[in-house]
Design a protein around this ligand. Structure first.
Ligand SMILES: NC(=O)c1ccc[n+]([C@@H]2O[C@H](COP(=O)([O-])OP(=O)(O)OC[C@H]3O[C@@H](n4cnc5c(N)ncnc54)[C@H](O)[C@@H]3O)[C@@H](O)[C@H]2O)c1
Length: 242
């Protein structure tokens, strides 16, 4: 794998789950990272890390995150959009507000981060990795807003890849169920957490749910020169599920 030495990344959702693990790994690969998410603070301590609290649905906040990145580290070589939410429901059980909120954060928020960053990204060869979901290409019950929002992220990423090639490469990673606070909460709050975990593991030919490290490897690959001839793809990282 090629190094990220001295490359500068902006990572949304950096205070939790995958975004946090991606930020930490990128730092250990020699990158400089600005983390951006809703949480007031982030517990990553590193001389090449700066944290900014903000909302991806607010374009001004996204632009401030890009400005902070360039002020602090001089450029922007890559964007990783990991901020996102999941919501459950069907046409009958989901409110209009919940449907709108899922799209606002997962789709509009990803668009706003890409829009705010593109001027800096275009200045040198650079990368965008959007964390989508394997639910973008495989419907499951009672996730009408989530599945649709992630499908939109996939197509938006393909459009960005076409519009900004060859300067900017844009790809998605499509995780299956991954052990992060998002999923831990659902497992914890279920009637029988172990049964739920076993059920989830059974969805996958590789017989386990994902770890954040599984996702980090894929994001790292798509963010470094090892993937230099790849753009506009959706990389499933989901234990062999189809
Ligand atoms: N965990 C899974 O099983 C799983 C599976 C497939 C896809 N995903 C996707 O992976 C991404 C990361 O999920 P995770 O499991 O690490 O979740 P997480 O809940 O641990 O972290 C999500 C992060 O997104 C941030 N965020 C949410 N709304 C935001 C907003 N409006 N503005 C700024 N930041 C905001 C949160 O503050 C948090 O830091 C999400 O896009 C999620 O949809 C997760």
């Amino acid at each position: 794998m090629h190094s990220l030495n001295d490359r500068v990344f902006l990572v949304s959702g950096a205070a939790s789950g995958m975004g946090k693990a991606i930020s930490k790994r990128f730092l250990s690969e020699g990158a400089k990272v600005v983390g951006f998410s809703l949480e007031k603070t982030c517990d990553i301590i590193h001389p090449s890390f700066e944290y900014m609290s903000g909302d991806v649905t607010n374009l001004q906040d996204c632009m401030r995150a890009v400005e902070t990145t360039v002020e602090k580290f001089g450029k922007l070589d890559g964007l990783v959009n990991s901020a996102g939410i999941t919501r459950e429901g069907t046409l009958e059980t989901m409110s209009m507000d919940t449907f709108r909120q899922t799209f606002e954060i997962n789709v509009y928020g990803t668009f706003a981060m890409c829009k705010a960053s593109i001027g800096e990204l275009k200045k040198q060869p650079s990368t965008i990795v959007n964390i989508s979901s394997n639910m973008a290409v495989k419907a499951i019950p009672e996730r009408v807003s989530y599945n649709a929002s992630k499908a939109a992220v996939n197509m938006m990423t393909e459009c960005i890849a076409l519009d900004y090639a060859p300067r900017v490469r844009a790809n998605t990673v499509m995780p299956g169920i991954v052990d992060t606070p998002m999923i831990q909460k659902r497992i914890r709050e279920s009637e029988d957490p172990q049964k739920m975990l076993d059920l989830y593991a059974g969805f996958y030919p590789l017989k386990r749910i994902g770890t954040v490290e599984d996702i980090v490897e894929a994001v790292l690959y798509l963010s470094c020169d090892a993937s230099a001839w790849i753009t506009g793809i959706h990389l499933p990282v989901c234990g062999g599920d189809k």
